[in-house]
Design a binder for this molecule. Structure first.
Ligand code: SAM
Ligand code: ZN
Length: 394
């Protein structure tokens, strides 16, 4: 393929500052926001490092090498020493394509070994990376411990998983195998998948005596994208961020509990104790986004797609610190009305003293600490006010 491309050159694909050949392996143009985020985090690290040695960056499943190339071209100049970049893909047929594409970067090394082997080798050699991008197919769980072992303290791990079935309750045995967790269906399914993956990451990091700080986490429903900083030590109380989320499928009530203070579950809102909690977890109950870093990234010089700018705005508006999230479609069904306008619902909840945000993870969902009966009552009021306003304007 590469030989063919060099004889009969395919046009170069352009993204950010990169111009490269895609080859005929896996590549998705519409994953641009995920690549932009990876470059933004590299830029953040380059800008803030106090290291007197070059940063070590690893694009572990590089495909055509686009992330590594963009790191070098768009983020590398933010620190005084060019980062040293390892660009790896297990597919040997990609080697010459990678070498061709990475030519603009003097400090890049290409390799084509299985990720497992590269990480083991780094461990044996005592090599540490400051940034690892693990853009896997399927469930990357088996690679988490080896990747965390070679991630430097305060290093950043960017992770993708395309396993949506097990963390969302559609493959309950799979969730036990992959996460050691129960997974039950929930309207905020993408968020639960992220929280299951973060819960697993936290437990793997804690085994090493390290902590995790989620930086930015999002999904398009097909791929679940996580970015965390590996903290040198656990934050005080970090263990309390691992817990269970319960939802009653009949009345829709939700409750969460930290494993650290696990007690009996209170009754839901079903009459005569007819409700049944469906419990998911252990999963991450803590924040999903680090707002300060998102603000900084929004002002970076990295060239971003409009979809990435929209994503950053959405994530910035919702720190994801509360685990109870309701879909407005479900609330409307339970109120017997149409879905309430999300922002009006959020404003009404806040005006009654509750915490509330439009979910940054799934459209049309509200994150709030209001209990369900009050939430439904506020929802009905918002609907009623909306109808009244509509009547006045017609
Ligand atoms: C999702 S694609 C990477 C896409 C690329 N990061 C991008 O942004 O366009 C996953 C890549 O991982 C490679 N791969 C799959 N299993 C691997 C393994 N065990 N070790 C290293 N690479 C692997 C595949 O050849 C494929 O190119
Ligand atoms: Zn109930």
């Amino acid at each position: 393929m590469v030989v063919k491309a060099l004889v009969d050159p395919e046009p170069h694909y352009r993204e950010g500052a990169a111009e490269l050949l895609l080859g005929d392996g896996f590549f998705r143009r519409d994953s641009r926001p995920a690549r932009d985020c990876s470059v933004l985090l590299a830029w953040h690290q380059a800008r803030t490092t106090t290291r007197e040695q070059p940063l070590q960056w690893l694009d572990l499943m590089a495909g055509c090498g686009i992330r590594a190339l963009r790191w070098g071209l768009e983020a590398g100049a933010a620190c005084s020493m060019p980062p040293e970049i390892v660009v790896n893909d297990a597919d040997g047929d990609r080697r010459s394509l990678l070498e061709h594409n990475l030519r603009p970067l003097a400090a890049a090394t290409c390799s084509n070994v299985p990720a497992e082997r590269l990480l083991c080798q780094a461990q044996l050699e005592g090599h540490r990376f400051d940034l690892i991008d693990l853009d896997a197919f399927g469930q990357p769980g088996a690679l988490l411990q080896p990747a965390l072992q070679v991630l430097a303290p305060e290093g950043i791990l960017v992770l993708a998983s395309t396993d949506g079935r097990s963390p969302t309750g559609h493959d309950r045995c799979g969730a036990i195998r992959s996460f050691g967790a129960a997974a039950r269906a929930h309207p905020a399914s993408w968020e639960l998948a992220l929280r299951q993956q973060l819960g697993l990451l936290a437990r793997q990091a804690w085994l090493l005596g390290r902590g995790i700080q989620p930086l930015l986490n999002f999904s398009d429903g097909r791929t679940f994208r996580l970015a965390i900083r590996l903290a040198r030590q656990l934050q005080p109380g970090e263990e309390a961020q691992l817990g269970l989320l319960a939802r009653c499928g009949t009345c829709g009530a939700q409750q969460s509990q930290s494993l650290l203070r696990l007690r009996n579950w209170p009754a839901c809102h079903c009459p005569a104790e007819q409700g049944r909690w469906a419990i998911s977890g252990p999963l991450w109950l803590g924040p999903l986004q680090e707002i300060e870093i998102l603000k900084e990234l929004s002002g970076s010089p990295v060239p971003l797609a409009p979809a990435t700018r929209r994503l950053l705005q959405r994530l910035q508006a919702d720190p994801g610190g509360l685990v109870q999230v309701w879909s407005t479609a479900e609330l409307a069904r339970r109120c017997g009305s149409g879905p309430p306008p999300l922002q009006r619902l959020v404003d009404a909840l806040r005006s009654r003293g509750h915490q509330a945000w439009p979910s940054g993870v799934m459209a049309g969902q509200v994150r709030t600490d209001a209990d369900l009966p009050e939430l439904l009552q506020i929802c009905a009021t918002v609907q009623g006010e909306g109808l009244l306003m509509d009547q006045r304007t017609t």
